[in-house]
Design a protein around this ligand. Structure first.
Ligand code: SF4
Length: 373
């Protein structure tokens, strides 16, 4: 049983904040890329035997940019190389302006049952600044088209902490998006990643540095507004109505195995071995670049358990941590957790160690204090 991730690294244009593996390579590369995906799927099948996919996630890039022929071919090779039940969560990432009646018709004939859309903002000036391709109206229209067609398992992404944004503007983004009735929201503080257009703008002094105060105000709003709508804050940046959390992403946070197919995709065997495919799209297509493997040390596995556990509302399972890493590591964890449990930023709930609401605001600092020496 594995979580299957397939990466589609094509976008029509680049957003200014993006450091994902994606490119604006033309349509002629898409069919060659799908062939390369098929080759990798067959190789993995030969290596590991037939795999049962617990969840499937097609991300990018912009998977909805694939032509209907290439998207249909992709669904076909997934079916040929993996088995999955009709109940399996099958997510496709889409850009709002790709959601047309024709696209929805294609989706209805496919195994996709969950759509994740990069909305990012409901303010057109902000969307233009980010160089998103769509408008706020197109995003809302895409949601209602999908809902009318019977797709209710929808997720929207928002970004906050943007230059020129105020907490009130973000509040409006949140309310507008939540008013649509979508059951899942992912929201991220804007990061200026080196190598992006945004980072260069900051270096040239065209925009101010990241505004942590604003991000914190937006994050508080996010937690309060989603809670008022009955959403569970089940991961640092993710919120869902009961039963509507992302099963695929949750399995990453639980440390379950996953298989990543495509340029820049990562895999994990659920124990010690990680594998990373080349992020060079043309080298991936040529098949010449072999994946890089990394075997995690005990300390790296422990660190990962702490980082992933504290991201989620379940927190770190202390019994499991002791069983896997020994009582000396449990003592290490609890010794370093003490200042935060005393100040009410971490709490022990039964055998789980969990961030409190106040702890969420300084989660990075808490996590780094708890890592192995
Ligand atoms: S659509 Fe997504 S992957 Fe493509 S450039 Fe924008 S943020 Fe990056």
């Amino acid at each position: 049983m594995t979580g299957l991730y397939i990466h589609i690294p094509f976008c029509q244009s680049r957003c200014i904040y993006c450091d994902f593996v994606s490119s604006t390579l033309g349509a002629e590369w898409q069919a060659r890329y799908i062939q390369a995906l098929e080759r990798e799927m067959q190789e993995r099948r030969q290596e590991n035997g037939p795999a049962l996919a617990r969840t499937i996630y097609i991300g990018g890039g912009t998977p909805s940019q694939l032509s209907p022929q290439n998207l249909s071919a992709l669904f076909e090779i997934i079916k040929q190389n993996f088995s999955f039940s009709s109940e399996a969560e099958f997510t496709l990432e889409a850009n709002p302006d790709d959601i047309t009646p024709a696209f929805i018709k294609l989706l209805r004939q496919s195994p996709v049952n969950r759509i994740s859309m990069g909305i990012q903002s409901t303010d057109n000036r902000t969307l233009r600044f980010l160089r998103r391709r769509h408008t706020a109206e197109q995003a809302l229209q895409a949601i209602s088209l999908l809902q009318e067609a019977g797709f209710h398992n929808l997720s929207g992404d928002l970004i906050y902490g943007l230059p020129g944004q105020t907490a009130e503007m973000f509040e409006k983004d949140l309310d507008t998006l939540l008013d649509t009735g979508i059951p899942h929201l992912s929201a991220y503080a804007l990061q200026y990643e080196p190598g992006t257009a945004l980072y260069r703008m900051m270096e040239k002094g065209d925009i101010p540095p990241e505004d942590e105060e604003l991000s914190l105000r937006c994050y508080r709003l996010l937690i309060d507004r989603t809670a008022a709508r009955g959403m569970q804050h089940y991961e640092i940046s993710n919120f869902a109505l009961p039963g509507m959390h992302s099963r695929h992403n949750s399995s990453y946070w639980q440390g379950l195995p996953y298989l990543g197919i495509g340029a820049g995709a990562h895999s994990y065997d659920g124990q010690r071995t990680r594998r990373a495919n080349t992020a060079d799209i043309q080298a991936y297509i040529s098949g010449k670049a072999r994946p890089e493997e990394e075997v995690l040390t005990d300390d790296e596995r422990y660190d990962e358990r702490v980082m992933l556990g504290l991201r989620t509302c379940q927190g770190i399972d202390l019994e499991r941590l002791e069983a896997d890493f020994g009582s000396h590591m449990l003592r290490h964890l609890m010794r370093h957790a003490r200042p935060y449990t005393d100040s009410g930023r971490l709490k022990k709930a039964g055998e789980q160690l969990v961030l409190t609401r106040e702890g969420l605001f300084i989660s990075d600092a808490i996590i780094s204090a708890l890592l192995a020496d």
